[in-house]
Design a binder for this molecule. Structure first.
Ligand SMILES: Nc1ncnc2c1ncn2[C@@H]1O[C@H](COP(=O)(O)OP(=O)(O)OP(=O)(O)O)[C@@H](O)[C@H]1O
Ligand SMILES: O=C(O)c1ccc[n+]([C@@H]2O[C@H](COP(=O)([O-])O)[C@@H](O)[C@H]2O)c1
Length: 199
């Protein structure tokens, strides 16, 4: 069984995350996604809200194989711990692929016990607009024991930051915009969006 593991800050989750999940669902037996805290970042919204938005993202998805699920109990800010939990869930024999966007390849060597992590997973890198994949960065990961594949998908040119900082609702799907309004999240961004709409 081939399992794709995809962790995200989901602050908030975007159409870019959804496209990646759709692509993975067509290529893996099971796709597990969770909302995570990231030790290198601060987050604007509570983890529970971010997980709830991720569930809306999956519910909105056409996944003909119905093989994508938010598995929130995998969440940890150390991905090594996530993989340990995944192994308890699906066993040692499953093949685990850790999915990251190309914006993370330079920070990956600084992740918690990265060599141990790379021993236990294959790494799938999704190219992201604006974040080229330098051969030297790949070499650094390979030197740490990484087994790397590059996805044939290029991610959408959207980000959670674009929503948080500029109120770019193009990045979001409608049910998540509705949830944000209903729960009064990202209040500054909401005001920014309204200002843009009033112009
Ligand atoms: N559009 C995209 N294309 C490729 N990879 C992406 C894209 N959006 C997110 N990812 C990847 O998905 C994972 C989760 O991303 P994350 O939740 O940090 O989204 P983000 O848009 O980068 O958020 P932020 O702007 O807050 O950093 C990371 O591995 C990231 O590289
Ligand atoms: O294990 C680590 O040290 C580590 C360091 C930074 C990020 N991560 C994980 O990387 C995933 C993507 O994070 P983010 O914030 O880019 O969405 C998420 O699952 C984080 O928990 C993990």
């Amino acid at each position: 069984m081939r399992i794709a593991l995809f962790g995200t800050s989901a602050d908030p989750p975007t159409a870019g995350h959804q496209e990646i999940l759709r692509w993975l669902s067509e290529r893996y037996d099971w796709v597990a996604v969770w909302a995570a805290d990231n030790p290198f970042k601060s987050h604007q919204t509570q983890l529970e809200h971010r997980a709830a938005m991720l569930r809306l993202l999956i519910a909105d998805m056409d996944a003909p194989k119905h093989n994508v699920a938010v598995t929130q109990d995998l969440s940890s800010w150390r991905t090594l711990e996530t993989v340990e939990k995944a192994k308890q869930h699906w066993g040692e024999k499953a093949e685990y692929t850790l999915v990251i966007g190309s914006d993370l390849i330079n920070q990956l060597p600084r992740w918690y016990r990265i060599e141990d992590l790379l021993q236990q997973v294959e790494l799938l890198i999704v190219p992201r607009p604006g974040y080229g994949i330098a051969e030297t960065s790949l070499e650094a990961i390979k030197n740490l024991g990484g087994k790397i594949a590059i996805a044939t998908l290029t991610g959408l040119d959207v980000s959670s930051t674009a929503y948080r900082e500029h109120g770019d609702t193009e990045a979001l799907i409608a049910p998540i915009v509705a949830y944000i309004h209903q729960q009064h999240l990202y209040k500054c961004q909401d005001a920014t969006t309204k200002r843009f709409q009033l112009r």
